[in-house]
Design a protein around this ligand. Structure first.
Ligand code: PEP
Length: 249
């Protein structure tokens, strides 16, 4: 049985005071979450604060991105060693906003995935199609291409120590959630692709759904057999909503 995982992607939101109050709210009722591991991914500059607030709790933390390089003259970038310093467990790679707004290619995302694993952290690999790709019937082709870039660089065994997040781009931040069946179909496709190479890895890897998940729709999504939790944007910024999603796991 795969453990349910619910990860909050705060994106470029937060402040010292807002973070403190959000984390206090989550901690206050964390015992109501019985079956999900909970994690938050704040902006880099708040990792120190979040580590302090979350130490001695069951809640994990991670980052939203990382450089593919180790150190040096790369202004504005953050190295994986720095994320290790701040106790990150997870690193999101290939979020659709990084792919579309910052031009991250499948190959670059695969390099970042490799960098995260080389430091012993767990990459959360985001994959997902644009609306026009879905409408053209290309969802599986796109998701397979994004997954294959990682498989080609790192091999199938690497997926065992990773998390995959299927996030249809048209559902992110739009309030338009994929139906449980639409999501399940793509999750089953992803697991099937992995299973064709290694059934054991396919059985173990957590595949999260992301795209306008909230406290009201999480249960329906998470009961689908290949959905192992969620990557949550907007609803992770409210303690009550984030906890309700965790309770659905
Ligand atoms: C996300 O950014 O990964 C996401 C799923 O956002 P939202 O939940 O706001 O759609």
């Amino acid at each position: 049985m795969r453990q349910s995982l619910v990860v909050g992607n705060w994106k470029m939101n937060g402040s010292i005071e807002a973070n403190r109050s959000l984390i206090e709210g989550i901690k206050q009722n964390i015992t109501s979450v019985k079956n999900s591991e909970m994690a938050v991914c704040p902006p880099f500059v708040y990792l120190h604060q979040i580590r302090e607030l979350l130490k001695d709790t069951s809640i994990s933390w991670g980052s939203q991105n990382v450089s593919q390089r180790d150190s040096g003259a790369f202004t504005g970038e953050i190295a994986i060693s720095m994320l290790v310093d701040f106790g990150c467990k997870y690193v999101i790679v290939g979020h659709s906003e990084r792919r579309s707004l910052y031009g991250e290619s499948d190959e670059l995302v695969a390099e970042k995935f490799a960098k995260v694993q080389s430091a012993g952290l767990i990459p959360i690999l985001c994959v997902g199609e644009l609306l026009e790709e879905r409408e053209a019937g290309n969802t599986e082709t796109v998701v397979k291409r994004q997954l294959d870039a990682v498989l080609n660089l790192q091999g199938i065994a690497s997926l065992e120590k990773s998390v995959i997040a299927y996030e249809p781009v048209w559902a992110i931040g739009t309030g338009k959630t994929a139906t449980p069946q639409q999501a399940q179909d793509v999750h089953a496709f992803i697991r099937g692709q992995i299973s064709a190479l290694d059934a054991e890895v396919a059985n173990k890897v957590q595949i999260l759904y992301g795209g306008s998940v909230n406290g009201s729709n999480a249960k329906e999504l998470f009961t689908m057999s290949d959905i192992d939790g969620g990557l949550i944007g907007g609803a992770s910024l409210k303690a009550e909503d984030f906890l309700a999603i965790g309770q659905a796991g």
